[in-house]
Design a protein around this ligand. Structure first.
Ligand SMILES: Cc1cc2nc3c(=O)[nH]c(=O)nc-3n(C[C@H](O)[C@H](O)[C@H](O)COP(=O)(O)OP(=O)(O)OC[C@H]3O[C@@H](n4cnc5c(N)ncnc54)[C@H](O)[C@@H]3O)c2cc1C
Length: 424
């Protein structure tokens, strides 16, 4: 008798991956397709899976349209500038016009959001970011998916997509195995939505010492979002657009809240503002982009790397000024305790108190992803009302394989979606 069983399941919509995009796809599939049979398959457990497993401190994509803070076209301009022109504006606009209603649902579902008590407006960390107490973020969106799906399969790793035998270039389902029992699962589906997250560990992590083994992105982001469609023959885009981030050394603590909220700044080993030293050289390389505001992230990283190669490192974040303010000191620590506990632990273990010592920054190793500040992923059809003819061949977010869709990190050409835009 065979040791492992094979299980068969049929459905209308199969969602592969139950992270931010997968829970969103499951919830929305039920909202729009009331009678459809919807299955979500996740290799971990959707309550704590994906890049948001540990929680986040900010929702990085929120327009605030009702208060006229930003409009979708402003976000398109922002993302286009940050990616130096290499974006799909139709996809970016489509996400931005719906993302606020996603965030309002999170609020209704009980996600603790930081608000101005008088106006009721969400507190902002920056132009696009709003602040949350985000430890419970993932369990909350997982609950919405659990109430929406006919069945959630946890602990099943999808290894291949299946093609329809009767129709050319049409999806037929997916197969995978149970990570605990080894049982094999065959899902026959009319549509498949791949929402399997980004790709870490392609390059060796740069963290050393107490931070050894740590990576910036979620260690369990395994690149299935790209491997599954590529193996099925789907067209991809910008897979060479790897994300390299400026982060606190060894713990990869993010710098966004420090720059935006605490108004900290960087300096080289001699205490100089090194970015302006590389202005002429960068202008020669990229032209007017260096004069744009905000400076595209990759160009700031370029100055960081050039300065380090020229011997000006280590580059430091000047925290000692902001941390004299007890409120900002609290925000600085809470930022990590709510999202990147490892950075606080690394500082404690290295005896670094950012009130008295300016912590060192580093550039991360490269990652491949489509929801953060890069555009890697599948080439998809855009929305009918916005996309030029060459970007529209069927349903919104359908890949070049009929019936196969993408969401979140899977979808290329549309950076700056982050957690809320991935769910959207
Ligand atoms: C360190 C860090 C900080 C971040 N900070 C912020 C922030 O402050 N604010 C913000 O808004 N966003 C932030 N983000 C970005 C946000 O987390 C991502 O944009 C978002 O989670 C992407 O959603 P996704 O569904 O595409 O991927 P994920 O949420 O990673 O979900 C992918 C899911 O697919 C599953 N999966 C993978 N392969 C398979 C397979 N073969 N079979 C079955 N299941 C599979 C995974 O287990 C996972 O559950 C941050 C991300 C990280 C890692």
């Amino acid at each position: 008798m065979a040791k492992h069983k094979t299980h068969f399941e049929e459905c209308d919509v199969l969602v592969v991956g139950g992270g931010m995009a997968g829970t969103g796809a499951t919830f929305e599939a039920r909202h729009w397709g009331r009678d459809l049979k919807i299955i979500c398959v996740e290799k971990a457990n959707i309550d704590r899976s994906g890049a948001v497993a540990q929680g986040l401190y900010a929702i990085n994509c929120y327009m605030g349209m009702q208060w006229d803070e930003n409009q979708p076209e402003d976000h398109v301009r922002y993302a286009r500038n940050d990616l130096m022109g290499m974006v799909r504006e139709d996809l970016g606009y489509d996400m931005a016009r719906h993302v606020d209603s996603t965030v309002h649902m999170f609020d209704e579902w009980g996600l603790p959001m930081m608000k101005n008590e008088k106006t009721g407006r969400y507190l902002r960390e920056g132009k696009w970011q709003i602040m949350i107490h985000g430890e419970s973020y993932k369990p909350i969106v997982a609950e919405a998916a659990k109430k929406s799906a006919d069945k959630i399969y946890n602990r099943i790793m999808v290894t291949h997509l299946l093609m329809d035998e009767a129709q050319e270039n049409r999806i037929g389902g997916a197969v995978g195995f149970n990570m605990r029992t080894g049982d094999f699962h065959v899902f026959r589906a009319k549509t498949v939505i791949v929402a399997a997250g980004g790709a870490s560990h392609i390059f060796k992590p740069r963290a050393v010492g107490e931070g050894m083994g740590r990576t910036w992105y979620a260690p369990w982001s395994n690149g299935s979002a790209y491997a599954l469609p590529i193996a099925a023959g789907a067209k991809m885009t910008q897979m060479e657009n790897r994300i390299v981030l400026c982060r606190f050394k060894d713990g990869y603590g993010p710098v966004g809240a420090y720059f935006l909220h605490l108004k900290t700044y960087t300096q080289n080993a001699n205490g100089e503002n090194y970015e302006k030293k590389w202005y002429d050289q960068t202008k020669e390389l990229v032209g007017e982009y260096i004069d744009h505001h905000p400076t595209p992230t990759c160009l700031r990283n370029h100055a960081f790397i050039q300065e380090t190669m020229a011997g000006g490192g280590p580059i430091q974040m000047v925290t000692t000024e902001a941390f004299q303010d007890p409120h900002l000191e609290t925000v600085g620590w809470e930022n990590f305790l709510g999202m990147t506990v490892g950075q606080a632990v690394v500082w404690a273990s290295q005896n670094i108190d950012p009130k008295y010592t300016n912590p060192e920054l580093t550039t991360s190793e490269p990652y491949v992803m489509g929801s953060h500040a890069t555009c890697s992923g599948a080439w998809v059809s855009g929305p009918e009302d916005l996309s030029p003819p060459e970007y529209f061949w069927g349903y919104n977010r359908m890949l070049t394989i009929d019936g196969l869709f993408g969401a979140g990190d899977t979808v290329g050409g549309s950076a700056h979606k982050f957690s809320s835009g991935s769910f959207t």
